[in-house]
Design a protein around this ligand. Structure first.
Ligand code: HEM
Ligand SMILES: *[C@@H]1O[C@H](CO)[C@@H](O)[C@H](O)[C@H]1NC(C)=O
Ligand SMILES: *[C@@H]1O[C@H](CO)[C@@H](O)[C@H](O)[C@H]1NC(C)=O
Ligand SMILES: *[C@@H]1O[C@H](CO)[C@@H](O)[C@H](O)[C@H]1NC(C)=O
Ligand SMILES: *[C@@H]1O[C@H](CO)[C@@H](O)[C@H](O)[C@H]1NC(C)=O
Ligand SMILES: *[C@@H]1O[C@H](CO)[C@@H](O)[C@H](O)[C@H]1NC(C)=O
Ligand SMILES: *[C@@H]1O[C@H](CO)[C@@H](O)[C@H](O)[C@H]1NC(C)=O
Ligand SMILES: *[C@@H]1O[C@H](CO)[C@@H](O)[C@H](O)[C@H]1NC(C)=O
Ligand SMILES: *[C@@H]1O[C@H](CO)[C@@H](O)[C@H](O)[C@H]1NC(C)=O
Ligand SMILES: *[C@@H]1O[C@H](CO)[C@@H](O)[C@H](O)[C@H]1NC(C)=O
Length: 350
């Protein structure tokens, strides 16, 4: 039965591809990356990722949002190098209380590790964790109803993670206004249109109260729809409540252009969302995406391909991690110490 569903899904997805895959983005490919990078070393790569995520998302569609956000955080901090996945990384799994405080979903890290294990079983240690993260984000968009797009591959994994300061300086807080967002994005060579299109990633997923109660207390943001504000006050009776709400109130788990319709109705959740419809530089872009989903999808794809190539390690730089949560150096250091101790007979107790 489950297998039957899966087969059905695959059929549906392949139909999607025929209809939507209208060729490649015109965004330039970074030196060292290519659209065919694993076509001989791991020909089934994309279907391994897709089939696993079909199973994951069939059980819990909301995991798509966690995977999309993971790729964004990876790329904005120190480049798309899987640094975000390392245990001990400021926004990674072992430092949930480090800033940015409301971090990534634990489940997203496990999903990436599970996919890497499946890939290694079929192809060996050839695919980087940074590429797995990029592919998981791409599949999450597709399987949530968004567009299919090819992505350049060949990223390599960083041997180190970013410091707290670097992480804080590169990730925009939800309180940013459009000027601050434009500045941060332009420091990464992303345009104002890229900013608006990529913010459309908030068409899926959730936010915690602490990410938006600045708009409720002590004074209510006059730029927020009154009904939404009243509902949010019930969800978040105090600024520190550990509750969550959907980012896109119209279609919370579907990747579509309704986020922009929300903004036009003053129903954006964060300051960083709603201000895109206030600022004259971005307002008309929001409007065109709200009325033309095809246009949004095209710009989102271009933005994702640019973002997905930020600061990539290629060629012989970095490494291909065996375990996405740990650098190979650490893993090897662990094993060599372990072997040494074994040889010396000091680790006899199991
Ligand atoms: C423009 C600047 C951005 C800001 C200020 C921002 C801020 C945030 C914040 C505060 C949250 C909620 C965290 C929480 O309370 O749990 C969030 C969630 C999310 N963000 Fe962004 N973000 C931005 C851009 C992006 C981009 C470029 C993407 C991807 C293309 C993205 C994808 C997501 C997704 C999918 C979620 C939901 C995550 C989940 O449900 O686990 N965001 N973002
Ligand atoms: C399915 O999703 C639920 C949450 O919705 C989670 O608790 C459970 O662990 C998931 N099961 C699998 C097999 O991933
Ligand atoms: C996040 O953590 C930092 C440092 O621990 C703290 O200063 C800040 O107030 C926290 N922010 C939120 C929203 O909890
Ligand atoms: C990190 O940033 C804080 C505040 O801006 C600064 O005081 C501190 O020296 C920085 N630390 C490092 C290691 O750069
Ligand atoms: C955006 O925020 C910055 C920093 O708080 C502030 O200086 C600036 O005036 C704001 N810009 C607008 C247009 O509100
Ligand atoms: C932005 O583009 C310039 C010029 O091509 C390049 O030198 C710089 O490294 C790029 N910045 C980022 C963050 O990719
Ligand atoms: C969380 O939000 C729901 C409504 O979305 C509300 O019924 C509940 O009381 C809230 N929980 C807390 C602890 O505030
Ligand atoms: C929220 O703040 C109140 C008052 O400052 C405090 O009593 C309560 O324990 C806090 N709750 C959480 C979940 O941090
Ligand atoms: C929507 O955008 C697409 C892609 O740019 C364009 O081809 C199409 O003409 C637009 N549709 C309308 C109704 O403007
Ligand atoms: C991967 O690395 C993490 C962090 O060092 C470790 O906790 C975990 O057990 C490792 N997983 C495997 C399968 O070795």
């Amino acid at each position: 039965m489950a297998l039957h569903n899966l087969a059905l899904c695959l059929v549906i997805v392949s139909c999607f591809l025929v209809v939507i895959c209208e060729g490649q983005s015109s965004v330039p490919v970074a030196p060292g990356l290519s659209y065919t990078f694993y076509s001989t070393s791991c020909p089934n790569l994309e279907s391994i990722v897709r089939i696993h995520l079909l199973q994951v998302l069939e059980n819990d569609t909301t995991q798509a949002a966690g995977l999309l956000r993971l790729h964004f955080h990876d790329c904005f901090v120190q480049g798309c190098d899987a640094s975000v996945l390392l245990d001990g990384s400021t926004s990674g799994p072992s430092e949930q209380n480090a800033p940015p405080n409301l971090t990534l979903r634990q489940a997203a890290f496990k999903i990436i590790n599970d996919i890497q294990t499946l890939i290694q079983g079929q192809c060996g240690q050839v695919v980087s964790c940074a590429d797995v993260t990029a592919l998981a984000a791409r599949e999450s968009v597709l399987l949530s109803g968004g567009p299919y797009y090819n992505i350049p591959l060949g990223r390599r994994d960083s041997p180190n993670f970013a410091t707290t300061n670097v992480t804080l300086a590169n990730l925009p807080p939800p309180t940013f206004n459009t000027s601050q967002l434009i500045n941060l994005f332009s420091s990464k060579n992303l345009t104002t249109t890229d900013l608006v299109a990529l913010s459309g990633g908030h068409t899926i997923g959730i936010g915690h109260c602490t990410s938006f109660t600045n708009r409720l207390y002590p004074t209510q943001d006059s730029n927020m729809d009154k009904t939404l504000a009243n509902n949010l006050k019930l969800t978040c009776p105090a600024s520190n409540t550990t509750n969550t709400t959907n980012l896109d109130l119209r279609t919370p788990n579907i990747f579509d252009n309704k986020y922009f319709v929300d903004l036009m109705n003053r129903q954006g959740l964060f300051t960083s969302d709603q201000d895109l419809y206030t600022d004259s530089r971005t307002k008309s872009i929001v409007q065109t995406f709200a009325v033309n989903q095809t246009l949004f999808f095209q710009n989102f794809i271009d933005g994702m391909i640019k973002m997905g190539q930020l600061g990539v390690l290629t060629g012989s730089q970095g490494q291909i991690r065996a375990n996405c949560s740990a650098t190979n150096a650490n893993t090897m250091a662990f094993w060599s110490v372990f072997r040494e101790q074994q040889q010396q007979g000091t680790s006899a107790q199991y």
